[in-house]
Design a binder for this molecule. Structure first.
Ligand code: PFF
Length: 447
């Protein structure tokens, strides 16, 4: 297995896996999804989904990857050769390319914002000024495609360098820095006049807002944020040695990931409400409010630019993990050289990303799709980042529990004497709770 690559250390693995989990999903997607789904109640359901669905599936993916030392397609094949189960892996590979395509567009926004902030384009602006800069930015077709290309190139370059030299090294340093700057921003935001209104939106559940859609959004967000349902964690687990504990790795990843998301909410909502802005405006939310905070802060220009830089890096540690899925597939199953696989799959994601890059106004057709009346990026985010992920997670849970069997998975989880005190609880969750709950939520959407 030496040729596939390995993590340099357990810490390296945890930071890379947490680097995959922590990204735009936490700081861009979590706040806007929370804002659209009524606030505090969504947060509660989200946390429930992380514990009840996310953690069990995370452990299932890690054990599947490490037991087989394979990519998602190869892992299913190795355990049930000659069946159709490996199509779950193909679904993961496809989902990865599609998620990367729109995720890299938002990541491109963060890169654009580094330069805009540095150039002082937000200086002294109020919310309407920032909104105008934002909409002309996302409405510039060439710039959007260029930023998408830049981000894909960065991603493909790192992935082409391999597991320890590429994936691991880039994740290690910047995660702690991101955390620190988020805490600073939270303090700033909480001390803004009118912050209490934001806090009550974020923390006081309004049960009247409950509906089926909230569950799907919370579940999808939990899988998205933990990088589950498309084989990313499976693939990352496949580079891990037998002596590392999967249980503590999974716990670390979930705790870090969830704290960053919750923290992001403490930044965004107080700031939004102190500016009397609507929380339900969708994907542009964070990009419309943050510059307003920075422009009213001493040293806001430097601080803001630094923040967007870290956000870009957080996005990069996620995009590399997404690209790693199709790349690992091509390396293992098709014997491609890593470099060729990384650049080619990056290129495919770029092409599929173009409609998303044009959906902010660059091309009317993609800004408002006929019949569906949403923009392309929002549609792709829903379809792949929510529904496809949930279907993937459902299949993984069902496969591990009922085809591979929990006893075999537990043997992998407790390899080399690793302790797992909640093994029975996990078995129940992965056998019954995950498959039934995910299915129920998905079906309720289409009824
Ligand atoms: N978890 C990442 C985030 O929250 O930004 C996004 C992501 C990474 C989704 C990897 C899916 C994935 F496989």
């Amino acid at each position: 297995m030496a040729s596939r690559g390995n993590w340099g250390s357990k810490l390296g693995f945890i930071l890379a896996a947490a680097g995959s989990a922590v990204g735009l999903g936490n700081i861009w997607r979590f706040p806007y999804t929370t804002g659209r789904n009524g606030g505090a109640l969504f947060v509660l359901i989200y946390i429930g989904c992380v514990i009840v669905l996310g953690l069990p599936v995370l452990l299932a993916e890690l054990s599947l990857g490490r037991a087989t030392y394979r990519n998602p397609v190869g892992a299913f094949r190795a355990i049930r050769p000659g069946t159709k189960w490996h199509f779950t892996g193909y679904l993961g590979v496809l989902t990865a390319v599609m998620i990367l395509s729109f995720y890299a567009v938002i990541a491109g926004w963060t890169v654009g914002y580094i330069f805009k902030t540095l150039a002082g384009q937000f200086n002294g602006l109020e919310k309407s000024g920032v909104a105008a800069v934002f909409s002309s930015f996302i409405g510039s077709p060439w710039l959007q495609v260029l930023l998408l290309a830049i981000f894909i190139i960065l991603t493909a370059y790192i992935v082409s360098r391999g597991v320890a030299a590429g994936l691991e090294k880039f994740s290690k340093l910047l995660m702690p820095l991101l955390f620190l700057i988020l805490v600073l921003l939270m303090v700033r935001s909480l001390t803004l006049p009118g912050a209490e209104k934001g806090l009550s939106f974020y923390l006081k559940p309004d049960f009247a807002a409950l509906n089926g859609r909230v569950f799907l959004e919370a579940m999808g967000q939990a899988f998205f944020s933990l990088s589950l349902g498309l084989g990313t964690m499976l693939t990352y687990g496949s580079y891990l040695g037998k002596k590392e504990s999967l249980v503590s790795s999974a716990a670390w990843v979930a705790v870090l990931d969830t704290s960053v998301a919750i923290l992001a909410g403490f930044i965004i909502f107080p700031a939004l409400f102190s500016q009397n802005m609507a929380p339900d405006q969708g994907p542009g939310l964070v990009f419309a409010i943050l510059p307003v905070i920075f422009s009213h802060m001493p040293g806001g220009m430097a601080f803001g630019a630094f923040f967007f830089l870290l956000l870009a890096v957080a996005a990069l540690t996620s995009t590399i993990s997404i690209l790693e899925v199709p790349v690992a597939f091509l390396i293992d199953e098709k014997k491609w050289p890593r470099r060729k696989a990384a650049w080619l799959m990056g290129g495919v994601a770029f092409l599929f990303g173009i409609p998303s890059a044009l959906s902010g106004g660059g091309m009317a057709f993609f800004s408002r799709l006929p019949l569906l009346h949403v923009d392309f990026l929002t549609l792709w985010d829903k379809a792949w980042g929510n529904v496809a992920l949930s279907v993937g997670a459902l299949l993984v849970a069902f496969f591990v529990a009922h085809v591979w069997k929990t006893a075999n998975a537990l043997q992998e989880i407790t390899a080399e004497g690793a302790r797992f005190r909640l093994a029975r609880l996990w078995a129940i969750a992965i056998k019954y709770v995950c498959p039934l709950l995910i299915l129920a939520v998905l079906v309720s959407q289409f009824l």
